[in-house]
Every structure is written in structure tokens, then in C-alpha cells.
Design a protein around this ligand. Structure first.
Ligand code: PLP
Length: 504
């Protein structure tokens, strides 16, 4: 048994605060420090080897090449990377990541990108087309989320951002500034279920907002009683997900947003993951929980075009119930010698080509295309859920739509995941509770992919039953990360991982 096993197995009963205290003290003892360094060094070596598979196989450039390389050579090298990296996602072995992926769709987006590669929405005078694309992206998304419906009288509006994280951070900053200006709140708090995306942690960290995490119930949805108790005079916003990333479950948005309305605070529905599936699935007659602006308490939403909107990576939409709220997102300065400066989102200059490609994806797919795509995804997800239910050693978590998490009461689920990795799959490992998930995309709706997933899953479970004690793979790392009470140490390892990313 190594130190991490010992620590994680023996000390998991420790309360968090005590663990933090002991960790600080223990790290100050040279012998403990040395053991930790030795353990992490071994782990990091493995991590780095995984991160840098091209070392020794392709030329590296820690400094500029003396002479520029030929374009042909560069393109040929990229073709090689592409050949190595594409088959796994293209053949439907990957959870999430690439949501459309048909070659004709990709070629079309690439053509659009090429035509717009110089465009920058910061210079709306030079590229009014970028302004047109972004206004229409926001408007189409707002209408998908309830704008124009009889019960929605407000002028739902928003901005195009670079991704889900930016949309979420923008919304949280907006609430912070709104609450300070309109209510004088200087110690703002956001309330969110444990399952809400890590981007909210980031926003809380960046903008000085206290996070109040509330538990989820046995159905993996936010606990409403805990929410009621968590509201204070400093609450600025309540967050719910439709659905949440870990288990793909939609929170009770209707009840949560009603509480927000009654308390006079904002309510944000994070629909980054589900935004471009659930509205169409509802139109198709699937039982989808209400989560958009048709609920009067919902004041903002995040909806990712670069996931199930099938745009290229790098765009998302943040929506607000009215332009008055959106004002708090904007930044303007009038005193800079560089001129009057204003920008709606965090970046200054932005890639207009990505907005063009996003717009092109949306108008080329159209309502009919999104309906068909969502139907294929929902049907494939039903088939996969049935397959998982047929494996007695596995247990589905909650009642998900198309992001499907499962655990096991008998087996180490991370070992099952490792076996799936050996068969070519790339699933998401989650913890608290230990489980893995598959986010069903259009790649999985290809002929035979769902059947292959279930067959491989059955074989993986059988393999783990046959060899319960096998070691190696990611299982020990996940086990450690989930159980170790020394969270500071886990955090240090994550930072070292990021250091490794930037090593040549
Ligand atoms: C529910 C949810 N919110 C937010 C995000 C963050 O999105 P991004 O990775 O585009 O920043 C994700 C990403 O998977 C998500 O699933």
C-alpha cells in the first residue's frame, strides 16, 4: 500500500477543516514532505508521458526555427496529428467532446471560417457582418428559450461569448454588479447545488462572491428545503442546471426559480449542456422539465452553441430577461487616451470567424435539423439506458435524458472505466459518488455504436468480475482523488498537471 492509499483509506472520516489543519502541519515535517514529493513525482512522470505522446516523433520548437518552415511541411504534419487524433471521436468512442462531427458539416464550417478569418467583432465598422451574425445568434437562441411565447413579455437579450465558462462568469459578474448597485450588497452570495458546473466556482473565485453549495436529493436534483434555508439578505442569485454535467439531471428549476422570484433575487439556468437538445425534445413530445424564460423567475441562462448547437469550438450564448440586467455585464471606459472603449464580454478583440461559423451552423441546420438531431440523440440515449439497466452489476444514477451516469455497488466503477478505455472508449470519470458518464452525441447515433457500447460495457464488467484485484490504469488515481481528505494536496497535483501541459 502506498502513502496515498493509506491516507485515503485511514483518514477519510476526518472532517474537512481538521484535515486541512493536519495537512498544513504534516507538510511542514521534512520526512512527510519528502514522501509526498516522491509520490507526486512518480504520478507526474506518468501524467507527463500521457500528455506528450509526440515527444521524439515530431520536431519540437522551444524557440523559433531560424528559417520559417515550409507551409507544405507544416500542413503535412498537421494531417498526421489529425489522422492519429480523429478516429476515436469520429467513430463514436468519446463521451461529449465532438457533438456533430459529420465530415460535410465540418467542411462547411471550415469554409465559413476561411472566408471570415480576419473578422473581429470589436471593429464593428469594419465587419458589420460579424455584428449581424452575433445579433442573430442571440436572437435565435433567445427564441428557442421562450422569447416571443405568449407568457414571455420581456425583451430577452444577451451576448455571444467564447464558451460555457465565459457565459457563466459573465452572468455571475452581472448579478454581483446589479446587486451592489440596486441593493447595496457588498458581501454577495450565490446559491447552487453541489452538481452545478465548476465554472461557477471559478466565477465565485474571480468576482469575490461567496458560494453556498446546497445538497442534492436521492434523485440527484437540488434539495429544495436546503435551498430555502440557504437564502439570506446577501443572496444575489440562485443557480440550477438543465441538465447538470455530472449526472445529466435537470434540477427542479420551476420551484427553484419561484423561490428566487419570491426572494427578489436572480435565477440562472445553466443550460450549457442541454440548451440545444431539451427545447427540441420537448417539441417532439419527450417529457422535458420547464427550465427557460417561460418561468417568470428565470432571469438569465447560459446556452452553448459549441456543444449541441453544433458550432465549432469557441462560442456560447448568455441570455438575460431584459436589457436593463444585461447593462451590468457591459464594460465601458471614456478616459483612456486610446479612445472611447467598450466591450460587451471579457475579451477585447474576438474571433469573428467563430461567430460566423456558429451562425452558419445554426441557419444551415434550422429547426428541422435540430429536431431530427435531438430525436436521434434521445432515441439513442433510451437504447443505452436500457442496455445499462440490463447489466445487474451497474446502477443508473437518477433519471437522465441523454447524459447518462452509472455506478456500481459491487465493483470498482473506475476499473470498469479502465476496461472501456482498453476497448477504445473515452468516458468521463466522476466522483462523489464514484461513477462514470457518457454524454450521448450525434456520433453515438451512427449505426451500431450504441450496440457496441453496451457489448463493450458488458465485457468490461465481466473482466472486472473475473479479475477484481488487477491494478494500473486510472482507477487508483480516481479513487485517491475522491477519498483523500488532503484536498490541498490534490489541488497541488492539478496545478502540477497544468505546469506539465506547458512543457515543450
Ligand atoms: C452544465 C455545464 N455548464 C457549463 C459548462 C462549461 O462549458 P465550457 O467547457 O464550454 O466552458 C459545461 C461543460 O461541459 C457544462 O456541462
Amino acid at each position: 500500500m502506498d502513502i496515498l492509499d493509506i491516507v485515503s483509506n485511514r483518514l477519510k472520516w476526518l472532517p474537512k477543516g481538521v484535515a486541512r489543519f493536519i495537512e498544513k502541519k504534516a507538510k511542514a515535517i521534512p520526512s512527510v514532505q519528502k514522501t509526498i514529493e516522491k509520490e507526486t513525482a512518480g504520478m507526474l512522470e506518468e501524467i507527463e508521458a500521457g500528455l506528450k505522446p509526440y515527444r521524439g516523433k515530431f520536431p519540437v520548437f522551444p524557440t523559433f526555427p531560424k528559417e520559417g518552415r515550409s507551409r507544405e511541411e507544416i500542413l503535412a504534419e498537421m494531417e498526421e496529428f489529425n489522422k492519429i487524433e480523429s478516429p476515436r471521436w469520429a467513430d463514436g468512442y468519446v463521451s461529449g467532446a465532438v457533438y456533430h462531427g459529420d465530415p460535410e458539416h465540418i467542411d462547411f464550417l471550415n469554409q465559413v471560417y476561411a472566408l471570415n478569418s480576419q473578422s473581429n467583432p470589436l471593429h464593428s465598422d469594419l465587419w458589420p457582418s460579424a455584428t449581424k451574425f452575433e445579433a442573430e445568434i442571440v436572437s435565435m437562441t433567445a427564441h428557442m428559450m421562450g422569447k416571443g411565447q405568449p407568457e414571455v413579455k420581456d425583451d430577452i437579450c444577451g451576448s455571444v461569448s467564447s464558451g460555457g465558462t465565459e457565459s457563466i462568469c459573465l452572468a455571475m459578474k452581472t448579478y454581483r454588479d446589479w446587486a451592489r448597485e440596486t441593493k447595496g450588497i457588498t458581501a454577495p452570495e450565490m446559491i447552487l447545488p453541489t452538481t452545478a458546473h465548476a465554472a461557477f466556482d471559478k466565477a465565485a473565485h474571480y468576482y469575490g462572491i461567496k458560494q453556498v453549495r446546497i445538497p442534492i436529493g436521492e434523485d440527484f436534483r437540488a434539495d429544495l428545503k436546503a435551498l430555502k434555508n440557504a437564502i439570506t439578505p446577501n443572496t444575489i442569485v440562485i443557480v440550477g442546471s438543465a441538465p447538470a454535467f455530472p449526472h445529466g439531471i435537470v434540477d427542479p428549476i420551476e420551484e427553484m426559480s419561484e423561490m428566487a422570484l419570491a426572494a427578489g433575487v436572480g435565477f440562472h439556468t445553466d443550460s450549457c449542456l442541454g440548451g440545444f437538445v431539451l427545447p427540441w425534445a420537448e417539441q417532439l413530445g419527450y417529457a422535458i422539465e420547464k427550465h427557460d424564460f417561460r418561468l417568470p423567475g428565470v432571469t438569465s441562462m447560459s446556452v452553448d452553441t459549441h456543444k449541441y448547437g453544433y458550432a465549432a469550438k469557441g462560442t456560447s450564448v448568455v441570455l438575460y430577461r431584459n436589457p436593463e440586467l444585461r447593462q451590468f455585464q457591459y464594460y465601458t471606459t471614456t478616459e483612456w487616451p486610446g479612445g472611447l472603449y467598450f466591450s460587451p464580454t471579457f475579451a477585447g478583440s474576438r474571433p469573428g470567424a467563430l461567430s460566423a461559423a456558429c451562425w452558419a451552423a445554426m441557419v444551415s441546420i434550422g429547426e428541422k435539423g435540430y429536431l431530427e438531431a435531438s430525436d436521434r440523440i434521445m432515441k439513442t440515449a433510451i437504447q443505452i439506458k436500457e442496455g445499462i439497466r440490463s447489466i445487474p452489476e451497474l446502477r443508473l444514477l437518477g433519471d437522465p435524458h441523454f447524459v447518462i451516469a452509472f455506478a456500481s455497488d459491487q465493483l470498482n466503477i473506475y476499473r470498469v472505466s479502465d476496461e472501456m478505455t482498453h476497448k477504445g472508449w473515452n468516458l468521463n470519470g466522476l466522483h462523489k459518488p464514484s461513477c462514470i458518464h457518457l454524454a450521448v452525441t450525434l456520433r453515438h447515433t451512427q449505426e451500431g455504436v450504441a450496440d457496441r457500447f453496451i457489448a463493450d460495457l458488458k465485457a468490461s464488467v465481466a473482466e472486472v468480475i473475473a479479475h477484481p484485484k488487477a491494478s494500473g490504469g486510472n482507477a487508483p488515481v480516481y479513487g485517491m482523488a475522491a477519498n483523500i481528505p488532503f484536498r490541498g494536496m490534490v489541488s497541488d497535483i492539478l496545478k502540477k498537471y497544468m505546469d506539465a501541459v506547458y512543457k515543450v
